[in-house]
Design a protein around this ligand. Structure first.
Ligand code: HEM
Length: 307
């Protein structure tokens, strides 16, 4: 990010001798080593699984096997490579896994943290979520199933409304291919790069009246149908949009519902006081974490900083 923002560091020759390059390489090595370790462990695991399957030790309908219809992404890549169905090198696979790790990790973590702070800020909304959780889970402590998560409609609307106000991926860029004439007379020439700023787009009062108000019902199906399809873009749009958006909402539902089934959340700071990191690298994060108080029924308060 430092290089991206500095005209001096963009010059290859100057970058080559900078401390930024050294630090970038050190950091990249940590990420690459970690990714390689994950891939290697998975490869060994699949090897063991394959041997077990060939001996008939693994049930046909197990949810990790190599004959599964919807295999995990990493398994699909490794299997295709092994069967010579694609020309991916180990580095290609590592790059794909790194992209998923970078795009899918911090984004969901930050979205879950913002959702929890909002729950702690608006107790009446938290109560509605908890009522919904009661309807789905009763007093059981069992882990959620996919069907349970699909039933958490109000919670999902809360996460969508959180992503409207605090889009964890706050801007993305596109190269304009042809002249665009805007209705206010401005023109964007072909070839320039346009940055789409979600913080502003999602606060446009034409599409979201009283934009600063947190209102999950904006995402009731009938309200969504009335809005322009591009008025809300937390996962971008078009052929390069977020490939993991359904998974992200599912993951957010799983994380936030699990916390709220066990703990009551109270904001330990006003949401208006939260300062956003100056240099948004990829994911919009608070400068000093999001402070909430978590109360387990009967236990002492536990003050946590969610990063
Ligand atoms: C709340 C969570 C998430 C948000 C807000 C988010 C947002 C986005 C956005 C805005 C883009 C498009 C960037 C662009 O148009 O240039 C994107 C791309 C992408 N996302 Fe997500 N994402 C989330 C979660 C995930 C998850 C969980 C995964 C994977 C499991 C994932 C994988 C990807 C990948 C691979 C791309 C690149 C797609 C491409 O370039 O073709 N994302 N994401």
């Amino acid at each position: 990010m430092q290089r991206y923002l500095s005209p001096i560091l963009r010059v290859d020759f100057l970058y080559k001798f900078s401390s930024v390059k050294k630090r970038t390489e050190q950091a990249a090595k940590i990420v690459e080593d970690y990714t390689s370790k994950v891939i290697e462990e998975r490869r060994n695991y699949l090897k063991t699984l394959k041997e077990a399957e060939s001996f008939g030790d693994v049930e046909e309908n197990n949810n990790v096997g190599l004959r599964r219809k919807n295999m995990a992404f990493i398994d699909t890549l490794l299997k295709a490579q092994e069967e010579n169905r694609c020309l991916m090198t180990d580095k290609d696979i590592r790059d794909q896994v790194s992209t998923f790790k970078a795009a899918g990790n911090d984004t969901v973590t930050a979205a879950s943290c913002w959702t929890l702070l909002i729950k702690g800020t608006y107790p009446e909304i938290q109560k509605k979520v908890v009522d919904e959780l009661h309807q789905v889970f009763g007093s059981s402590k069992r882990a959620p199933t996919m069907n349970d998560l699909a039933e958490l409609k109000y919670l999902e609307r809360c996460i969508k409304e959180t992503l409207r106000l605090y889009s964890t991926f706050p801007f993305f860029k596109r190269q304009i291919r042809e002249y665009i004439h805007f209705h206010d007379g401005l023109v964007a020439p072909a070839g320039v790069t346009a940055s789409i700023n979600l913080f502003m787009l999602h606060r446009d009062p034409e599409h979201f009246p009283d934009p600063e108000r947190f209102d999950p019902d904006r995402f009731l199906p009938e309200n969504c149908a009335r809005r322009h399809p591009h008025s809300y873009l937390p996962f971008s749009a078009g052929p390069r949009n977020c490939i993991g958006q359904k998974f992200a909402l599912l993951e957010g539902n799983a994380v936030v519902s699990t916390v709220l089934r066990h703990l009551e959340v109270e904001a330990a700071q006003s949401i208006d006081e939260v300062k956003i990191e100056h240099q948004v690298a990829l994911v919009m994060k608070p400068q000093n974490g999001l402070k909430v108080r978590l109360r387990d029924r009967g236990a002492d308060d536990l003050k946590l900083r969610l990063n």
